[in-house]
Structure formats: structure tokens, C-alpha cells
Design a protein around this ligand. Sequence first.
Ligand code: PLP
Length: 368
Amino acid sequence: MKDYGNPLTHVVSIPPYPPGRPTDAVAREFGLDPASIVKLASNESPHGVAPGVIAALAEVDAASNIYPDFDCYDLRHAIAADVGMAPDQVLPGAGSSEIILLAARAYLDGTRKAIIPQYGFQSYEGAVRSVGATPVFVPVKDWVPDIDAMLAAVDDDVHLVYLASPNNPTGTVLPRAEIERFAQALPPHVLLVLDEAYREFLAPEDRPDIARLFQMRRNLIVMRTFSKIHGLAGLRVGYGLGDGELLQVLRRLQLPFSVSAQAQAAAIASLSDSTFLERNRVENESERARVAAALEKAGVRILPSGGNFLLLEVGDGPAISRELMRRGVIIRPVANYGLPTWIRATIGLPRENDVFLGALDEVLRAAG
Ligand SMILES: Cc1ncc(COP(=O)(O)O)c(C=O)c1O
């Protein structure tokens, strides 16, 4: 790096975030028609956006010369009504990715540590390292975060824990009772960030009762996103829920106007369409079961998933991913998570899933 001065060592140590490969890039590399490509690489929704979103966007687009409402007044009120909390207990961000980062910046520095369960979402490590703090990875037990081991890893220097359920990339779900046990037992000086990016894909009775969690501890942020079941990944909007005073601390660090007017308007419109959301959940559940059954029948090991994706064991993950790409199917290799024999595939439309299953069958046969 000698030509670039001296960037901070802790920044250089951040593993680059490997996004799902864009359709156009894969089309160029393999000489494919972009329209023929099936992208199941980023846990995006295959169901588009709620009809009301299109109208809401058309209305805002005309005012793109104006900064958005940094206070996100209408969106905070809409979310508050939806989740049964107060508007000052809602902090919208540019995707939940922004909340992940704000939590790290508010609670961590070079002297502090954060606990991340093994196979936790990669952005957690990036956020922790970005402020020079030390990530403490705690091994999972039977593929789910080991609550007792995480509690045992807490000391005075640990100030943050990231915990996702369902987790990405494994899809595994931590039972409600375990999340509650953790929320109760975690010492009060540690901020618990509970990541519910995939919450809406769970059956309503399996979703954590966050009112109970907030009764158990105040040092808690629950994160959600509009990128997944709402189908608004391209607009970048998510939010954190927590005590107003705590959120105000994070807000000091927020990039001004990070949530665009389009994102705010679309999120409000999407929240109001419960029929659309429920249909997406049901379709995901039935397609996920169908794809899982087909994979199991083919002898492919998969993990039980509560999200809109499956983690499957295929042998040489990166090589299989490449062969699938050559056939116009983009999925996600997960070697960067220490899972070189696995790949992650998003649940798409029935036709897309069939293309994926067909291509995988071909590739696995060729690999012997
Ligand atoms: C577990 C988890 N958390 C957070 C995010 C970030 O999503 P966004 O920034 O789009 O809200 C993702 C995205 O894939 C995720 O899988």
C-alpha cells in the first residue's frame, strides 16, 4: 500500500463484502442472454413490490430536487403503528446495514470487543473491524448460536452482540425461548442487536415477541428491513427499534438524509399491504418446502431454514457455483463464512427454482 500512504491497519483487515454477482456481469462473462439468467444470490424477493409502492414512487419522483425528510416522520409513525411501539422508538436507516454500522460506531472502539456467533452475517464483522474493535466468534451448537457459550464469552470489554434469527447464511432459527433466555441473562452493559431481517418469513406464532424482549432488557436494538419480504432491496431502507434515548445516540452518527424520499414513501406504502406480505410468506414457505424436498430426494444435504433461502452441501462450493453460473444460474458460494462445501440459494419463483434444480442436478452429476 506504499503508494497510498498509511490506511489504518484495522480498516485494511476488513474482509471485503462479496455481494451476489449482478446478472449483467455474469451475462458478459459467460456470453449469456441476461434475460435467461436466474439470480438466486442475494435473498431478494422474486415477487416484486406491492402495487401501492409504484403509485407512491411516482408521486415522490417528481420532487427529487428536494432533500428527503431526515427525521423520517411519516415512516417512523407508520412503523411505530405497525409494530406497536412509539415513533421515537424507531430509527430508519439506509437498509438495516446502516443500523449494523451505527451500533458498532456508537458502542465500539479499539479497546472493545463484540460477540458474533459463528456463521453470523458477514457485515457484522466488517462493522466491528471498521472501528478497530475485536470480533469474538463463538462456535454454534448444532448450527444455531450457542447461548451459554456466548454468555460465557462476555467480559467487561464486550459491549455488543449481534444475533440474527433466522440467520443468514445458514437459515437456522433460534427458538423464541432461547432468545428470551439470552436477552434476560446478557449483562446490561452489552448492547444486544437482534437482527430480524427474515422475521416475516416465519409463521406468526414462531416470531419473537419483541414486547417481552424489551420488558426484559433496555439495552436492545431489534433490526428489520424492507429489503426482503417487502421487495424493496434496491431502495435501501431498514430500521432499528429500541429505547428513544438509545436511538438518539446512534442518530448522532447517521449520514444526513441517508434514507431517500423514494425509500420512505415506498416503505410506508408496502407496510400497509398485509395481503401482499402474507401471500409472499406463504409462497416462500411452499416453494422452500418443494425445493428442499427435491434436494433431499437427490441426496443433497440441506439445513432447515426459516428464511427465503436454503443452505445446501454440494462438495466444492466455489466450483459448483461457477458451473451453475455458466448455465445461467447465480447462487452464493459461502466459503468466506468458512463453509467451502456449501452454497446458498434464494427461493425464487417456481420456474426459477426449477431452472436451479435442473442445473444443479446436471452440475452435480458432472462432478460425480
Ligand atoms: C441477516 C441480515 N441482516 C441484514 C441484512 C442487510 O440488509 P439491508 O441492508 O438490505 O436491510 C441482510 C442482507 O442480506 C441480512 O441477511
